[in-house]
Design a protein around this ligand. Structure first.
Ligand SMILES: NC(=O)c1ccc[n+]([C@@H]2O[C@H](COP(=O)([O-])OP(=O)(O)OC[C@H]3O[C@@H](n4cnc5c(N)ncnc54)[C@H](OP(=O)(O)O)[C@@H]3O)[C@@H](O)[C@H]2O)c1
Length: 311
């Protein structure tokens, strides 16, 4: 087996992605498309978009690199057999999602909508914008992206706590990092709760009615990882009861969000169409090019998915 053998590339725009990788590498690459004659010899698969509904037969495959950060599409895929490594993209998702979270929080606290409305009406009426400084943010799923959201919030003067699967060391605890068993105690004084859990069997409908009931009046719930983590009817009931008081949602159990979904008409919900951490050919291309350089040098790959944990 030639480890530098053909690279199967699947993407919405494979040409743009190929150009981005080759620009980052400064060299051409041995690409093969899914309909090309040599596809069965593919050793590497760079899958920028979701895998196809009918699995490929790739007997020489050794490594799959997905252009996404979440790997929930891959857990049951036959192509990810024993002896095949799956890596995921981190790229610029941490920066993008950190900007999304603080951007939407600040838009709310500064009341950007009111400023736009008053300008439209040529109306001069001063108000006192709120501030996020001094408020507490709890980030559930304190991984690559969660830590970047935390750094951005700290920069705005917020108090930040992170929850991860663990085990959490004494040093981490001192820095405000805890485990899920600690979450119930943290929710009642969290002004902002950010979900960044990966979609796994353990995180399915993690956000239940009883967890929402622990939130305080005035709190904001932000979901930027996967809709499957949230009991959506329970979130609607919780918002109606005012705990949490508003939600910023980028991801949903069903996407696209159906036109008749009750979320659309809830005034306390801000909806965006799964764009918080959108992939671009440049960022995905850079990430794959640096992994490919490691592969060619025989070095360990980064962001390898743990089959047992499922993320
Ligand atoms: N909206 C978008 O456009 C977009 C874009 C990119 C990514 N995402 C989503 O963001 C998710 C997070 O990405 P990431 O790169 O930050 O992942 P990551 O680095 O793997 O971090 C995941 C974090 O969740 C924790 N975790 C996992 N299972 C848990 C459990 N059962 N209980 C408590 N904590 C648990 C992990 O704990 P440990 O540290 O203890 O392992 C880790 O801290 C992705 O899975 C993807 O679904 C969304």
């Amino acid at each position: 087996m030639n480890p530098h053998g053909p690279i199967l590339i699947t993407a919405r725009d494979p040409d743009a992605l190929r150009r981005a990788v080759e620009a980052a590498r400064g060299a051409s690459m041995p690409w093969v498309g899914p309909d090309d004659a040599g596809v069965a010899e593919a050793v590497v698969w760079f899958a920028s978009s979701a895998p196809p509904s009918v699995p490929y037969r790739l007997p020489a495959l050794r490594w799959i690199h997905t252009g996404w950060a979440g790997v929930d599409h891959w857990v049951d895929r036959p192509e990810w057999g024993e002896g095949v490594t799956l890596t995921r993209t981190v790229g610029d998702f941490p920066e993008r999602i950190a900007q999304y979270v603080v951007g939407h929080l600040l838009a709310g606290s500064l009341d950007v909508a009111r400023a736009a409305g008053q300008q439209e009406a040529r109306r001069w009426a001063r108000w006192t914008p709120d501030t996020v400084a001094g408020k507490t943010m709890t980030i559930v799923g304190y991984g690559a992206i969660g830590r970047a959201v935390g750094r951005a919030a700290l920069g705005l003067g917020m108090r930040v706590r992170g929850i991860r699967r663990g085990p959490v060391s004494a040093e981490e605890r001192a820095a405000g990092i805890a485990e899920v068993v600690d979450l119930d105690a943290l929710l009642p004084d969290s002004d902002v709760v950010v979900n960044l859990l990966p979609a796994t069997p353990a995180t399915r409908r993690f956000w239940t009615a009883s967890r929402f009931a622990r939130c305080k009046t005035g709190a904001t719930f932000v979901n930027v990882s996967r809709g499957s983590c949230v009991d959506e009817p329970a979130l609607l009931d919780a918002l109606a009861a005012g705990r949490p008081s508003r939600a910023i949602l980028d991801v949903f159990a069903q996407e696209p969000l159906p036109a008749d979904h009750p979320f659309w008409s809830a005034p306390t919900i801000r909806i965006t169409p799964h764009i918080a951490g959108i992939g671009t050919p440049e960022a995905e291309g850079n990430a794959f090019a640096s992994q490919w350089a490691r592969w060619c040098r025989g070095e360990p790959l980064e962001h390898v998915v743990d089959r047992r944990r499922g993320y």
